[in-house]
Design a protein around this ligand. Structure first.
Ligand SMILES: Nc1ncnc2c1ncn2[C@@H]1O[C@H](COP(=O)(O)OP(=O)(O)O)[C@@H](O)[C@H]1O
Ligand SMILES: [Mg+2]
Length: 331
């Protein structure tokens, strides 16, 4: 049945960089092309799309808004609850929406909190410590160099460069100081570094969630990445290839799919998500993070991966939408 679908999103142009801002400050927001693509994908399913945009637009439009459901890809602004902003507004008003609820959004955005849940569920994840200031750089004895220093509640490889992998106390202090200074004292996570392969698993659906074919990262043709990481600079680099199917054996592929679904269920993800892994030289997988709001850009995995099982981008978007409609009994 055709539906009226509201569409909430943030575009990069809402957040122009100011002088002195790091280049990756607005990294997570979408390009207008992605908005057009998702819109026409939903329309290809026979639905009508009402463009809403960000949370402020939603609040303005709410009194006259007549929609069956909202397709939400808003990244939100500010705290670790930013991806929860739209879901919580919609939940308050009883408006159905596509994707995870506020709790899952916030939990997953905070890498330290998400890893506590993974650990409790015995889902392998690298050991870590969270720090909020330089003086917290104590009690790291359970971690062994090399380590990686990341922003605790960011995505899109924000803040990550080659010197994020540190081999001694001096490098660790230097990188931590840099991140606190550049990103206005944003909290940091220091994590055990896993050399090896990097693979991500997209998931669609709820009952049960379906792990799609994994996508493997290759940098300059290399898949055994050792100390190479997916830095912010690499996001648009011609040296990076996304391989789908991944160059791994069937057993590892199915192990990653099972772990991804366990991580998805552990944080109560809904409708779609993506789980990022590193795999060490003995083929031990480690979950780095779960993204309940992964990029739907055309050059990202939600376009690549479905093709391997025989469907296209439009179908993938409609599968996500249908999963939500089914949950609400609106199908
Ligand atoms: N513990 C780790 N071991 C090895 N590489 C890592 C580790 N943590 C992060 N990375 C590298 O940094 C990239 C971004 O880290 P991730 O935790 O996925 O954050 P983001 O939310 O920015 O995607 C990963 O894709 C990977 O290349
Ligand atoms: Mg990631």
């Amino acid at each position: 049945m055709p539906k009226k679908i509201g569409f909430t999103y943030n575009v990069k142009s809402e957040f122009p960089l100011k002088v002195g801002d790091p280049e990756d400050l607005n990294a997570e927001f979408d390009n207008p092309q992605t908005i057009d693509l998702v819109k026409s994908a939903i329309e290809s399913g026979g639905h009508e799309v009402i463009l809403i945009g960000n949370a402020k637009n939603l609040l303005k439009m709410l009194p006259d808004l007549k929609v069956d459901i909202i397709f939400n890809i808003c990244e939100g602004i500010g705290s670790r609850n930013r991806e929860a902003q739209i879901p919580v507004i919609l939940e308050t008003l009883g408006i159905p929406y596509v994707g995870s609820d506020g709790l899952t959004m916030s939990l997953a955005l905070d890498k330290v909190m998400a890893k506590k849940v993974f650990a409790a569920e015995k889902i392998p994840t690298p050991g870590c410590v969270g720090i909020k200031k330089m003086e917290d750089l104590v009690n790291l004895d359970h971690l062994e160099f090399p380590l990686i220093v990341k922003l605790r509640q960011e995505g899109t490889s924000k803040g990550l460069a080659n010197d994020s992998v540190v081999h001694n106390r001096k490098e660790l202090e230097k990188k931590s100081e840099y991140l606190f200074g550049t990103y206005h004292n944003a909290p940091i996570i220091i994590e055990q570094f896993i050399p090896g392969k990097e693979i991500t698993v997209p998931i669609i659906g709820n009952s049960p969630p379906e792990a799609l074919p994994s996508v493997q990262l290759a940098i300059s043709g290399i898949t055994e990445l050792e100390e190479l990481i997916y830095t912010y600079e690499m996001v648009k680099s011609p040296d990076v290839d996304y391989l789908c199917p991944s160059r791994i054996d069937k057993q590892l592929e199915s192990q990653l799919g099972d772990l991804a679904v366990r991580a998805y269920k552990a944080v109560d993800c809904l409708d779609f998500g993506r789980v990022d892994f590193r795999v060490d030289k003995n083929n031990n997988p480690y979950v780095l993070e779960i993204n309940p709001l992964p990029s739907l850009a055309f050059d990202d995995v939600f376009n690549l991966s479905p093709q391997v099982v025989g469907y296209d981008y439009n179908k993938a978007i409609n599968k996500i939408l249908d999963a939500a409609l089914l949950r609400y009994g609106l199908n």
